[in-house]
Write a protein that binds this ligand. Sequence first.
Ligand code: FAD
Ligand code: NAG
Length: 418
Amino acid sequence: MTELTNQRVYLSASLVAIPLFVLWSWRQRRLNIEAAEMAQTPTKTVVIIGASWAGIPVAHGLLKDVPNAKVVLVNPSEDFYFNIASPRLSTKPNDIPREKYIYPIAPLFDKHANAKKNFEFVLGKATSIDLQSKNVIVQDVNSGSTKTLAYDYVVIASGSTSNATTGTDSLQVPFKESGTTKLEAELKAAQEAIKSAKSIIVGGAGAVGVEFAGEAAEAYPSTQVTLLTNSDNVLTGLREPTRQKAAKLLKQKGVKILTDKTVTSASRDAAGKWNVVTADGQTLTADIYVSTTGVLPNNEFIPASLLNKDGWVEVDSHFVSKADPSVYAVGDITQYSARLVSRISGQVSVLLSNLKADITGKGKRGTYKDDSSLIVVMPIGKSTGTGQLGSFTPPGFMVSFIKGKDYFTGSGKKFIAG
Ligand SMILES: Cc1cc2nc3c(=O)[nH]c(=O)nc-3n(C[C@H](O)[C@H](O)[C@H](O)COP(=O)(O)OP(=O)(O)OC[C@H]3O[C@@H](n4cnc5c(N)ncnc54)[C@H](O)[C@@H]3O)c2cc1C
Ligand SMILES: *[C@@H]1O[C@H](CO)[C@@H](O)[C@H](O)[C@H]1NC(C)=O
């Protein structure tokens, strides 16, 4: 071949190649545009029930990492409640400013570029889940009107409550949100009742009972605070050094500890006094009674097929319901019994990896192991306290520094800002 023919071959080859290249790059651009459109237009809807320590980070994670998910977050109140601080809030009303423990939920999500399109906050309480048709029924707490929310996946993060929180056979003390929009009124009523009491019985000496008794005794030194435990000492289940330290510090604050006292009933008499009956047949009387005997699942709306015998949602190590693959659950409402905020971030990251894999078909599925050692710090008043960090019992000044000064409210929003 001569050089000329060679050139012609090259020339004709490029004449064909140029339009082909144009066609190819045009198609490529279309594909990219389609992919971008896909990413912005949600194809799956995730309804999250409950906007607290567990539900809020799940919503943040989906908006951040799963662009084709529409996120609907349902909660009975517009505000998040930093409930961890409630032993202090209920006993020392002016200690922590309101904005450090109550935050509006919806604005937390404004920071996500896709929030306008992909995020919706629904004010209301889930009243039922229809697993067949994949709908959640939500009722407005104030107006009573209902809404039906269709889902591809539902995440149950409705948490737990207690008899004190709902005011069931106990003075109502909002250790959690009670599922109404009246948190502030409830808190104020509790603060006033505690302030005017000359005697308080606290029934149940777990972490909440110990913290609450310590705060009440410190705030009102002339009020007789009596703490009842159903075993030989406070904080059953924790290490001996922690239990002994807690009892010692409480006694120093003037708290009377009665051991082997199991509360069988409590009620208010006509004169307004509380009568607390214990299993040994005794009746103790005080101006107020605060029950801290345990947690109860927020499960009235959850189909029985999803619950274990104690009423908690039974999930596998991916936080998927054992009864329905479209149902996830996380936080206090699951069967995992260490019901602590400190466990939740580990749970949420595992849940998100699995939900993301379900929706996008991509990514590694994490697995949860419920075996991390116990981390609890319990202030007993402002300047001291105890706890259990693995096998270490932190000294009082350390508990005060970590938590006692403000019950973590100083770091407040960071926990839920996403
Ligand atoms: C007094 C106290 C102090 C504590 N201190 C600590 C501590 O220091 N450290 C620690 O790690 N843990 C602590 N805990 C435990 C911690 O509060 C819980 O582990 C945590 O609240 C669980 O978060 P959650 O999001 O799973 O559920 P929750 O906080 O119980 O929130 C559930 C949410 O779901 C909503 N909800 C309920 N029912 C419905 C429904 N039908 N429809 C829609 N929404 C619904 C509720 O209103 C609420 O907003 C403390 C608990 C108490 C009571
Ligand atoms: C709550 O109160 C009810 C009614 O008094 C009682 O039967 C139940 O044992 C209490 N549960 C807890 C966890 O405190």
